[in-house]
Ligand binder design. Structure first.
Ligand SMILES: [Zn+2]
Length: 81
């Protein structure tokens, strides 16, 4: 098997092939750059307001998770859930 491989490498039609390098960053990013980029990578606690119908905390511009109402209109029937 080894002899066959050497015969292939020595054949006149064989052209050695250098695989192209993978795309990589040109230079190392400094810690400060990395930190600046990651400064927004954090989980934030959503601001809560009180539901006008049931007075339970809910996210603004979203259906209330307790009563299923939004702007005085029933969106989700919580009794059926
Ligand atoms: Zn509610």
């Amino acid at each position: 098997m080894r002899a066959m491989r050497n015969a292939f490498l020595d054949s006149p039609g064989f052209i050695p092939y250098d695989p192209p390098l993978m795309p990589n960053p040109k230079r190392k990013l400094a810690k400060s750059w990395r930190g600046s980029r990651r400064s927004h990578d954090h989980v934030h606690v959503p601001n809560l307001s009180l539901c006008t119908r049931c007075n339970q905390p809910k996210q603004a511009h979203r259906v209330c998770g307790t009563c299923g109402y939004y702007k005085g209109e029933m969106i989700v029937d919580m009794k059926k859930l």
